[in-house]
Write a protein that binds this ligand. Structure first.
Ligand SMILES: NC(=O)c1ccc[n+]([C@@H]2O[C@H](COP(=O)([O-])OP(=O)(O)OC[C@H]3O[C@@H](n4cnc5c(N)ncnc54)[C@H](OP(=O)(O)O)[C@@H]3O)[C@@H](O)[C@H]2O)c1
Length: 324
């Protein structure tokens, strides 16, 4: 496993991190807790030292906390949900509606109790609107929580597919990390966000590098997901067929099998030096081992990178299928 600086925090984080949404049983259905625990333990054994969870991920904080108490050297990032429950943060909403200081504090206390941890390495706001720079009391609360030793660093998770909607915050110097969707299809963060984070020493935590499974070659026109699983909506309508079409075109041009696609997809985002860590969702030991193996210092060839660049496919699958 290779390690990179998490912006200016002084932490060195593993290139492959652990995305702990799927193991919480909230919107991803079918995770078996014993299997999730085995996957988490294997990830740590293989050098993964950063885990991303959230207050809103069902049992995830409890499961992660139980493992981390035995591994205090592993860094844990959690998130505060917006008080108004609105995802993603729309424009025109005051910071006090989404993240009043007292709400941030109360949510953190609940996360600490659920996880059994004394502090989190990173506390992230689960949505963000750049209009909130200079509004409300979130910044003072964050400073107080740091002072009290309950959090070490502060970050935000950027709204889906809005990588520019954080640039003012990045430039303000108030944030240590940003979490962003960045993958072989959604390449827009390369345009402004990644250069801005590199310039201002902000750590970049990449989420959804595998497009919720779309970039693993395992989503085809005939795929099914358990009842209640959010992927029924994400890959709803004719989207499974669209994904299969895009993936087939990409792997054909790369000259690889669909089974090799996840490896290329992870290497594509790791090619960007501004990226600190890629928090892959991986509930099985098999996927942990395959993903950890991509952090071997080898990079894509220029030709492979150019092929992936040509297969850029910007769209928003978090919106309902009939919304486009
Ligand atoms: N708004 C937010 O802040 C937000 C939103 C979304 C996600 N996140 C964070 O980002 C993390 C990553 O996103 P994600 O988990 O939603 O999606 P993801 O990492 O893009 O994809 C996860 C999917 O890929 C599969 N997979 C992983 N490695 C594989 C491999 N080598 N071969 C084949 N399949 C593989 C996983 O299967 P298994 O799980 O069955 O192993 C799972 O179905 C989350 O866990 C969460 O921590 C944050």
């Amino acid at each position: 496993m290779e390690y990179r600086p998490l912006g200016r925090t002084g932490l060195q984080v593993s290139e492959i991190g652990y995305g702990a949404w799927g193991i919480g049983g909230s919107m991803w259905i079918g995770a078996d807790e014993d299997e999730s625990l085995a996957a988490l333990h294997r990830a740590i054994e293989l050098g993964v030292n950063v885990i991303d969870t959230a207050r809103g991920y069902g049992e995830s904080e409890r499961i992660v906390g139980g493992v981390i108490r035995e591994h205090p050297d592993v860094h844990v990032a959690t998130k505060v949900p917006p008080k108004n429950g609105v995802w993603p943060a729309p424009s025109g909403i005051h910071a006090d509606e989404a993240f009043p200081g007292e709400h941030i504090r109360a949510s953190l206390e609940t996360s600490l109790a659920a996880s059994g941890l004394e502090a989190f390495d990173v506390l992230q706001l689960h949505v963000w609107s750049d209009e909130w720079v200079g509004q409300g009391d979130w910044l003072e609360t964050v400073a107080d929580l740091r002072q009290e030793g309950k959090i070490r660093f502060f970050g935000v998770s950027i709204n889906d597919y809005q990588p520019e909607n954080v640039l003012a915050l990045v430039r303000s110097g108030a944030v240590d990390t940003v979490q962003v969707i960045y993958n072989a299809f959604h390449q827009r963060p390369e345009e402004q966000l990644l250069p801005a984070c590199a310039e201002h020493g902000v750590g970049v935590i990449v989420r959804v590098a595998l497009d919720e499974g779309g970039l693993t070659g395992r989503v085809t026109a005939d795929s099914t997901f358990p009842d209640g699983d959010f992927r029924n909506r994400y890959f709803g309508g004719d989207r499974r067929a669209q994904v299969e079409q895009h993936v087939t075109a990409l792997v054909d041009e790369l000259g690889i099998t669909t089974d090799e696609l996840a490896d290329v997809a992870l290497r594509y985002v790791l090619d960007e030096p501004a990226v600190s860590t890629v928090i892959a969702g991986m509930r099985t030991v098999r996927n942990v081992e395959r993903n950890a193996a991509t952090s071997d210092g080898r990079r894509l060839t220029d030709a492979q990178r150019e092929v992936v660049r040509r297969h850029r496919w910007e769209r928003n699958f978090y919106q309902a299928p009939d919304a486009g």
